[in-house]
Ligand binder design. Structure first.
Ligand code: ADP
Ligand code: MG
Length: 610
């Protein structure tokens, strides 16, 4: 049975759930009434908790707490939400430093993740009904500027709703995925997301299936609701009677709804008649006038765009295409302004309300493991590996590997009778362990005492979809194992990654030389040890004195080379010694010489590092 993973756009005003079917078709899943959007609204009243459309109907009920735009509170401290709280009309209190909404009817407080969970639970059951099967896994989108805490809170909301969140992805990335970008089409794309209350602009660099957000900018209080308000203000100026009636909240609400209706009508007509009989009010709103009303908002949005471009040092002409997201981009004046500003094609064929959810579904489908035409979506930004003898780095998972990923490699011991090994987990591109980031260190003990090079120690690296790395070391004959779980990107910013890569690049040559030398010395020492062991055990019956002398001379020559810094010389001298001892090894049937050379060795616990 295939896994059913859905994609969810958990929006400030609306949320949606989408699914990619086996045949590749992406469907935004409707509720029983056929509606695709679910208002991100929760209503608390004496007779129950409502979510979505039913909750929104309660806006004017004084007995009900109507919670909306809870996304603005997600993952933030009470203090951080100060500026948001001023705009929200429901009570928000400080619970141990976090914002929470009191539920007076059930004697409890709802945290932002709990509110999010109520919305997600609704979407989940909608999906289960539409697909006629259980849904327990999801991909959820968040704004590109969300920090770790906000992403974690969104994930928590998913868990509370009984969903295992396979991945949190950026909304602009999802929008690009919905347009099939990333599989073949590379370039720098702008994502212009103008919703009901927020404006987010992102520059997305898509290369070889890797999505990188280059810059973000926006305004958390700019959107369609501002246009509605501007229209209402205009009408109130036209009619004193309306102005006096507007003191009542239900009249204000009615006006807002009429304004929105008129605005939406103007994307397909040049003028619209508006009548509010109760107030004896009639007027005509033209598209030309509407455009004048939104002009300040167009300017505001474009100035955010300019800042983002300036931050990343990109001229408008450096952008290959502009993706439109959010209901308000249907506004023709905005489309026109964006098209003129960039002079580039607009991606506007996918419904801007649905595009983020559809992209999330594409990502969900990929993570379900059903598709083989995999996109390199989330990748390891730096290589991951362990330290081997001589203090060098042995890479198991190279950088830019798609996650989830797994890699296994066999290692061995360096010293005869060694009963433990030190596993030092590293991140970075440098050849020497000391130049890379140290992620963790653990010991595998209880290895049977055997000649160096004999034990087989399997080291496994496993990264899950969320980038969590588990490193396991297992000795194959005894099955003894030990492991560690790490979050490699923890505390690692994009700039850090860039700096580390730059360093690796600039040190590449000297690193290569150092590595060559260390590897050569390690190998040389291994051969010397095995040779000395063999020489001690054989008499002149097997090894003529002349041969023994030749071998001893070569050991000295090799030791001398090892004191120098020429890795090639060390390697050449090792080959010579190896050739001299080859017949001896054969005669002795002594496996330990050849064994000693098979596979990279691990240091002992507390052992020497270079
Ligand atoms: P959010 O992402 O904030 O949840 P949406 O992307 O759902 O918001 O956008 C909702 C906004 O889009 C509302 O303000 C709505 O009035 C506006 N909108 C929807 N259709 C149109 C249209 N045809 N013309 C102008 N604005 C529209
Ligand atoms: Mg949105």
């Amino acid at each position: 049975m295939n896994r059913t993973v859905v994609g969810i756009d958990l929006g400030t005003t609306h949320s949606l759930v989408a699914y990619r079917h086996e045949d590749g078709r992406v469907e935004v899943l409707p509720d029983r009434e056929g509606r695709l959007l679910l208002p991100s609204v929760v209503a608390l009243s004496r007779d129950g908790v409502r979510v979505g459309w039913n909750a929104r109907e309660r806006v004017n009920d004084p007995e009900t707490t109507v919670i909306y735009a809870a996304k603005r509170l997600m993952g933030r401290s009470f203090e951080e939400t100060e500026s948001e709280r001023r705009h929200l009309t429901y009570p928000i209190v400080d619970r141990n430093g976090s914002p929470a909404v009191p539920d007076p009817f059930r004697n409890r407080f709802l945290t932002p993740p709990e509110i999010g969970a109520l919305v997600l639970r609704e979407l989940r059951s909608r999906a289960e009904e539409a697909l006629s099967r259980e849904v327990t896994e999801a991909v959820i989108t968040v704004p590109a500027y969300f920090n770790d805490a906000q992403r974690q809170a969104t994930k928590d909301a998913g868990s509370l709703a009984g969903l295992s969140v396979l991945r949190i992805i950026n909304e602009p990335t999802a929008a690009a995925l919905a347009y099939g970008l990333g599989s073949g089409k590379d370039g720098l794309f702008a994502v212009f997301d103008l919703g009901g209350g927020t404006f987010d602009f992102s520059l997305l660099d898509i290369r070889k299936g890797i999505f990188e957000v280059r810059a973000t900018n926006g305004d958390t209080h700019l959107g369609g609701e501002d246009f509605d308000r501007a229209i209402v203000t205009e009408w109130l100026g036209e009619s004193p009677k309306l102005l006096s009636l507007a003191e009542r909240s239900e009249v204000r609400d009615l006006l807002r709804k009429e304004a929105e209706r008129a605005k939406i009508a103007l994307s397909s007509r040049t003028e619209v008649e508006v009548a509010i009989p109760a107030a004896g009010f009639r007027t005509t709103l033209t598209r030309a006038r509407m455009n004048e009303l939104v002009e300040p908002f167009v300017e505001k949005a474009l100035s955010c765009v300019r800042s983002a471009l300036a931050d990343s040092g990109t001229p408008p002409s450096g952008v290959d295409g502009v993706i439109l997201v959010g209901g308000s981009t249907r506004f023709l004046r905005f489309k026109e302004a964006v098209a003129t500003f960039f002079g580039k094609p607009l991606f506007d064929t996918v419904d801007p309300d649905l595009v983020v959810a559809e992209g999330a579904a594409v990502q969900a489908d990929i993570l379900s493991g059903r598709r083989k035409d995999l996109l390199l979506l989330d990748v390891t930004p730096l290589s991951l590996g362990i330290e081997t003898i001589g203090g060098v780095t042995s890479t198991l998972i190279p950088r830019n590997t798609t996650v989830p990923a797994q890699a296994k490699e066999l290692f061995t011991t360096y010293v005869d009778g060694q009963t433990n090994v030190d596993i030092h987990v590293l991140q970075g591109e440098r050849e020497m362990a000391r130049d890379n980031r140290s992620l963790a260190r653990f010991t595998l003990s209880g290895i049977p005492p055997l000649p160096a090079g004999t034990p087989r120690i399997e080291v496994t690296f496993q990264i899950d979809a969320n980038g969590i790395l588990e490193v396991t070391a297992r000795e194959q004959t005894t099955g003894k194992m030990s492991n560690v779980v790490i979050h490699p990107s923890y505390g690692l910013g994009k700039d850090d990654v860039r700096t580390l890569l730059k360093e690796a690049f600039s040190h590449a040559q000297e690193d290569f030389a150092t590595r060559l030398l260390v590897d050569a010395r390690t190998e040389a020492q291994t051969v010397i040890n095995a040779t000395i062991r063999a020489l001690e055990r054989v008499g002149s019956d097997i090894l003529p004195d002349a041969d023994r002398e030749a071998i001893s001379r070569q050991v000295e020559a090799l030791k001398k080379a090892m004191e120098g810094t020429d890795g090639r010389k060390v390697r050449d001298e090792t080959r010579l010694l190896d050739n001299l001892t080859q017949p001896l090894a054969e005669r002795l049937m002594n496996q330990s010489i050849s064994n000693a050379l098979s596979g990279m060795a691990l240091p002992k616990e507390g052992g020497s590092h270079a």
